[in-house]
Design a protein around this ligand. Structure first.
Ligand code: GTP
Length: 202
């Protein structure tokens, strides 16, 4: 069909420009469930098969918080050490970090300190929100880290703590809602402070 000027009842550029851009990165040891969390939130899907991320995966969703449409870009970083250089390239202007561990894998909990250091070292000075995500809570019988330990670690770093299961969906939407509403609060505060347009945050 031939498209003529004015064919659409609205200007798509205006619609897109009105959305607030948010960049979220997911970090944590390989296999903790970062890709599955993003997939669950963006596509409402879960894959039991493990395909380790090569470098980085990307997800996108338009999500509304407090009547504000957010255009959310997820950078799901490969957890394996050898991808440090790739991750390092992608941290700049991050607004939210999901620090993910697997509640059945104590080593992944002990790695949080190193992941936090990496994100602090590599991110720009842009205001960012960090949330601790305790994933795989559906596997309660194999649990190796208690909720109390997780909450204590998060509180000692002044971060929010959420428990999720990408497999069942438990806690996933609540975790993303919490994180994105905190991002919005920080963005509004920054906008008020600098009086710049939020549409430029990308
Ligand atoms: P890298 O890409 O290597 O950094 O790993 P990742 O953190 O992205 O892990 P991924 O999402 O690929 O999940 C790893 C494995 O854990 C897969 O087999 C998933 O199916 C499984 N998994 C992820 N989340 C959950 C969960 O909430 N519960 C259970 N039971 N399994 C999960």
């Amino acid at each position: 069909m031939e498209r003529v000027r004015g064919h659409l009842p609205f200007n798509p550029h205006e619609g897109i420009g009105a959305l607030v851009w948010v960049k979220v990165v997911g970090v944590g040891d390989s296999g903790v469930g970062k890709t599955c969390l993003v997939k669950r939130f963006c596509e409402e899907k879960f894959t039991p098969k493990f395909h380790p991320t090569v470098g980085v995966d990307y997800g996108f969703k338009i999500h509304t918080i407090d009547k504000t449409d957010l255009r959310v870009h997820f950078w799901d970083m490969a957890g394996r050490v050898e991808y440090y250089d790739v991750r390092n390239e992608l941290y700049s202007q991050t607004q939210a970090v999901m620090l993910v561990f697997d509640v059945t894998n104590r080593a992944s909990f002990q790695s949080l300190e190193a992941w936090n250091r990496e994100t602090l070292r590599c991110s720009s000075s842009f205001p960012s929100v960090t949330i601790i995500v305790a994933n795989k809570v559906d596997q309660d019988i194999e649990r190796a880290v208690t909720r109390e330990e997780g909450e204590r670690w998060a509180a000692s770093h002044k971060m929010e703590y959420c428990e999720t299961s990408a497999a069942t969906g438990e806690g996933v939407n609540g975790m993303f809602d919490k994180m994105l509403s905190d991002v919005l609060k920080v963005a509004i505060a920054a906008q008020n402070a600098s009086n710049t347009s939020m549409t430029k945050i990308k």
